[in-house]
Design a protein around this ligand. Structure first.
Ligand code: BES
Ligand code: ZN
Ligand code: ZN
Length: 492
């Protein structure tokens, strides 16, 4: 989709659809709508009088050939109550308008910003919303119903800095879409080797350094936890490492390590999952792909901090050589782990991922993983669970996420949770002996591998995947956390 700025008058601009929004209030026909009402000899007031135009959230009022306007259609989207209208809603509103119109075969639209949202920040939100709304899940349909897409969007009514805002929106939203697109692939089309190929292609296009460790190098590096999980599968594992070097790196400057779980399919292994719903475990690599998507944007936005992404990728299968409950693994860090449940595999591969990121020089760590069903119990699909070892680092991340419009909630990971992860016969066991608190005990396990490096863990099991489409976004991978990670990296 091409996105550009325009400064023509809304009445005289020629387009397939002119889009703007109305607030829910006694007289929703205000601002630019008052002008459209006069041009159409009072049609909008008529619709308001019959309660067909109220401004309620995502109400769609579509007028064809509105006389007095050059546009072929006028779409007025309900923005809800003005005092509640925030950045997230503007982004979603743009996406919803785009999805509504592309379903009607519209190819060119003009989005008219109105008061009080006419600044560069609003342009960025609209552009992001349009791009995120564009992605659809019909790659494997012979008949591509959703293949229709908006080819050109112009944004009207913006102030200074708008061109840069579009550029920034494009980098971030296209990186989110890159991640969503790959995360939507089923496991037979996205093995660890194929994921590494995607990462390699992206790294080459983005100017990132890449190193992919195959099973031999993984063994040489003594990454026994990752190797243990991979044993049950005929597909070999990969450790994907991407590096972004800033233009002027200072010695002693912080290095951010982004570590992501990429289990391309999680059967549970020998502690096998029930078959009902198991197909969802094709999204168990979303944490790893989130980190790759963030790196794609970071490479283009060129922040001043060095960033290393480390993505352990494997299947979790119950093959004849699979690890069994009770087995003990030697992780790269030197710590031994008693595997009591082979379905708690994410924390095993992250243990080696976190240790390797530290060995490569990361001074600050963030990991993302579809780690536990327990976080879905705690927070449903509404919030990412955030765990951290350093109060200030964690607080700054949470503030950034809030500003980016990604809902995240601070969860505890104190010593009590660590205590119940100790094994009687090894250093650690991979599930806890306590009742409940499964998201926190999983986090406490990870914390054993970061030492005193400031660290944040994002459990995205509930938020990485939409079971149903939203008006502004297709079902499937959500791309959650990419935006916050990119903003946070820039602020470091
Ligand atoms: N991949 C799952 C976690 C998960 C659950 C992701 C639901 C998305 C939706 C993870 O590997 C897992 O199986 N965790 C177990 C841990 C348990 C055995 C301690 C879980 O949460 O049930
Ligand atoms: Zn599992
Ligand atoms: Zn898993």
């Amino acid at each position: 989709m091409q996105i550009q700025l325009d400064s023509a008058s809304p009445l005289s601009i020629e387009t397939e659809a002119l889009v703007t929004f109305a607030f829910e209030k006694d007289d929703p026909v205000d601002g630019p709508l008052a002008e459209f009402d006069r041009a159409t000899s009072g049609r909008l007031q008529e619709l308001a009088a019959s309660h067909e135009l109220t401004g309620k959230w995502l109400e769609m009022v579509l007028l064809h050939y509105p006389g007095g306007l050059k546009a072929k259609r006028l779409l007025i989207v309900g923005a809800g109550k003005q005092e509640k209208f925030d950045n997230t809603q503007l982004r979603r509103l743009a996406g919803a308008a785009e999805r509504y119109l592309k379903g009607r075969s519209v190819k060119k639209i003009v989005f008219l910003l109105r008061e009080p949202r006419q600044d560069a920040a609003s342009v960025q939100l609209v552009a992001e919303g349009l791009l995120l709304g564009d992605l659809d899940l019909d790659k494997y349909k012979s008949e591509k119903k959703n293949q229709k897409s908006i080819e050109q969007a112009s944004i009207l009514g913006a102030g200074a800095g708008a061109a840069e805002a579009i550029e920034r929106a494009r980098i971030i939203a296209e990186s989110e879409n890159w991640a969503r697109d790959i995360a939507n692939e089923p496991s037979n089309r996205l093995t660890p080797r194929l994921l590494a190929e995607h990462a390699e292609k992206m790294a080459r296009e983005s100017g990132l350094e890449i190193d992919i460790l195959d099973e031999n190098r993984i063994e040489e590096m003594k990454m026994g936890a990752l190797l243990g999980v991979a044993r049950g599968s005929a597909e070999p594992p990969r450790m994907i490492v991407l590096t972004y070097n800033p233009p002027a790196a200072k010695p002693g400057a912080p290095v951010l390590g982004l570590v992501g779980k990429a289990v391309t399919f999680d059967t549970g292994g020998i502690s096998i999952k029930p078959s009902k719903g198991m197909e969802k475990m094709k999204y168990d690599m979303c944490g790893g792909i989130t980190m790759l998507g963030a790196m794609r944007a970071i490479a283009r936005l060129k922040p001043s901090v060095k960033v290393i992404a480390v993505v352990p990728a494997t299947e979790n299968m119950p093959g004849g050589r699979a690890i069994k409950p009770g087995d003990i693994l030697f992780s790269m860090s030197g710590k031994t782990i008693e595997v009591l449940n082979t379905d708690a595999e994410g924390r095993l591969i992250l243990a080696d991922g976190l240790a390797y990121a530290r060995q490569l020089g990361a001074t600050h760590l963030i990991d993302a993983a579809t780690l536990t069903g327990a976080i879905v119990v705690a927070l449903s699909t509404f919030n990412v669970g955030v765990f951290g070892s350093d109060e200030d680092f964690t607080r700054r991340f949470l503030d950034t996420a809030r500003a980016a419009g990604e809902k995240m909630w601070h969860m505890p990971v104190d010593d009590d949770y660590a205590e119940v992860m100790k094994s009687p016969i090894a250093d650690l066991q991979n599930i806890s002996t306590a009742d409940g608190g499964g998201a926190s005990t999983a986090a406490a396990f990870l914390k054993e591998f970061v030492d005193d490096t400031p660290w944040i863990h994002l459990d995205i099991a509930g938020t990485a995947w939409l079971d149903d489409a939203k008006p502004w976004m297709a079902k499937g991978a959500s791309g959650v956390a990419v935006r916050s990670l990119v903003d946070f990296t820039e602020k470091m």
